[in-house]
Unconditional design. Sequence first.
Length: 172
Amino acid sequence: MASPQEHALPPPPARRRAAWTFSGVYGTLLASGLLAALERTGEQYSPFYDATWVLVTAVVAALAHGYAHHMTSHQPGSPGHLWTGLGHAVWQEWPLVAATLPSVALLMLAGLTGWPEYEVTGVALILNTALLFGWGIFAALRVGYRRRSALFIGMADAAIGVVIIVANAVIK
């Protein structure tokens, strides 16, 4: 008798092609949360330090996410297959890292220009919220939602960004 995995159908092509957009949403949320958490009012501000932590955390999250996906879907086979599959699964997480780059770029710009931490964090959180709106619409359209539904999905993604902004204001 065949195992359930042998009968599992691959995701529809539109969903496979859109999978990277979901990693983009995750990466943007990750960057927003890190920006809020790294803001240290009253302490020495180091935007290069913050940029490094955002990027390192994104890379580690991408590695962990790719590894977890691979291990949950890995089929027994040769050791070469294991490493090839793992490399492919990790590579598929590049959008998670790429989605943090606007925040990293803003932090680098802040370090080069002396832009105050409070302002750069606010601008980055607003930018990331706008990016979440765009990611949500793009991903929804990509998998076949109609425009109106895609707009609502974009607004839901942006709402998560607003939650991070509000949480940052309340916690600080």
